[in-house]
Write a protein that binds this ligand. Structure first.
Ligand code: TTP
Ligand code: MG
Length: 369
């Protein structure tokens, strides 16, 4: 067993993935601000080219808002099949280096290269070679993070995007984490980040001032995770064969709400995000569940199952709204709404087909926004 600080973990994340594929395949779009998905009047963008990001256009932004920020924005319909093919191509490159690959979505994966097939000594060298090969074979760029644990590798890959390579060595970890803004901590969702800011926690250094007990009192189970992570302690293995059982998101409400009129619009906006998430991981379920947490912390979980995979957004919306309507009388007010898909298409232990995220399902659920 390799000691935790000696592991070599690489996190690879494609740059503006869908948008870059579209610009690659259509020269007329190169150098232009584009958004994939949405459309001016309808729907949300899945992602935007870096040219569009300069104007503030982001993933999951309604099309009309994106267009307002950037009037010359070009909307391009997504081609999921092509993204899947590229994802497979990139996955095969990873496999030249290691079989310990944990995909998080179509465009991201962790690799444990402590021992790698070509016998390369340094994690940074492995990452460099992967970046080069990805570019040679797909004409697309990616960014890489290298460190001794997953958390730091993930944060590092986002540090110098696009086409960036960042290494965080064990002795640099604490200083790096101390200066990191709380919103950039992977696993801290928007609502938690806001709560932390209210407590005066703006950076890792601020977070570090809280004891494990104080964090547990304020953030429950996640408290001890935050305590460890800001000290660079994360021993989670790169999990190549883990099977995804569900895909879900949830949102804590700003104030407790009780009526259909109040909750419905929130559920509708959650459905938009939920659908994007299902598309991103390219995995749909036969079961859709609605989770409600009442103001006195009781959990109401209701689900509906079909004998086919529920892939249409309209159907997901319809079923979710029915589940809400059917349960509206069972509580006074609620503080949280969540949606989950289970009985997934890709539940089998099939490395190449897996579209996974982190082993803490909570992570996903904590991305309340
Ligand atoms: P990301 O890696 O989050 O974003 P990105 O690759 O577009 O940009 P970056 O350079 O910052 O990594 O997501 C990968 C793809 O997943 C993205 O191209 C589109 C899709 N996606 C969605 O469909 N919905 C979403 O909400 C997000 C965040 C991404
Ligand atoms: Mg990406």
């Amino acid at each position: 067993m390799i000691s935790p600080q000696k592991r070599k973990i690489v996190h690879i994340d494609m740059d503006a993935f869908y948008a870059s594929v579209e610009q690659r395949d259509n020269p007329a779009l190169r150098g232009k601000p584009i958004a994939v998905g949405g459309g001016e009047n309808r729907g949300v963008t899945t992602t935007a080219s870096y040219e569009a990001r300069k104007y503030g256009v982001r993933s999951a932004m309604p099309g009309y808002m994106a267009k307002k920020l950037c009037p010359q924005l070009i909307f391009v319909p997504p081609r999921f099949k092509v993204y899947q093919e590229v994802s497979q191509q990139v996955r095969s490159i990873f496999q030249e280096f290691t079989d310990l690959i944990e995909p998080l979505s179509l465009d991201e994966a962790f690799l444990d290269v402590s021992k790698n097939k070509p016998g390369i000594q340094y994690g940074m060298e492995v990452a460099k070679q992967i970046m080069q090969k990805v570019y040679q074979e797909t004409n697309l760029t990616c960014s890489a993070g290298v460190s001794y644990c997953k958390f730091l590798a993930k944060v590092a890959s986002g540090y110098k995007k696009p086409n960036g390579l960042t290494v965080i060595r064990p002795h640099q970890a604490e200083a790096f984490l101390e200066s990191l803004a709380i919103g950039d901590f992977f696993g801290v969702g928007k609502v938690t980040a806001a709560k932390m800011r209210n407590l005066g926690i703006h950076t890792g250094a601020d977070l570090k001032r809280f004891s494990k007990l104080e964090l547990a009192q304020r953030f429950g189970k996640s408290g001890s995770f935050y305590y460890d992570i800001v000290r660079g302690i994360d021993n989670r293995p790169v999990n190549a064969s883990r099977v995804r059982k569900s895909v879900g998101i949830e949102r804590t409400l700003e104030e407790d709400l009780g009526s259909m009129d109040d909750i419905e619009p929130i559920l509708i906006s959650l459905i938009d995000k939920f659908y994007l998430r299902l598309q991103k991981v390219d995995n749909f379920g036969r079961t859709i569940s609605l989770k409600l947490k009442t103001s006195d912390f009781q959990i109401i979980n209701r689900s509906v199952s079909k004998d086919y995979f529920i892939k249409s957004k309209e159907e997901i919306s319809r079923l979710s709204l029915i589940l809400l309507e059917e349960n509206i009388d069972s509580f006074d007010t609620i503080r949280l709404v969540g949606l989950t898909a289970s009985n997934l298409e890709k539940e089998q232990d099939h490395l190449l087909d897996l579209q996974l995220r982190l082993d803490l399902k909570d992570y996903e659920h904590r991305e309340e926004e």
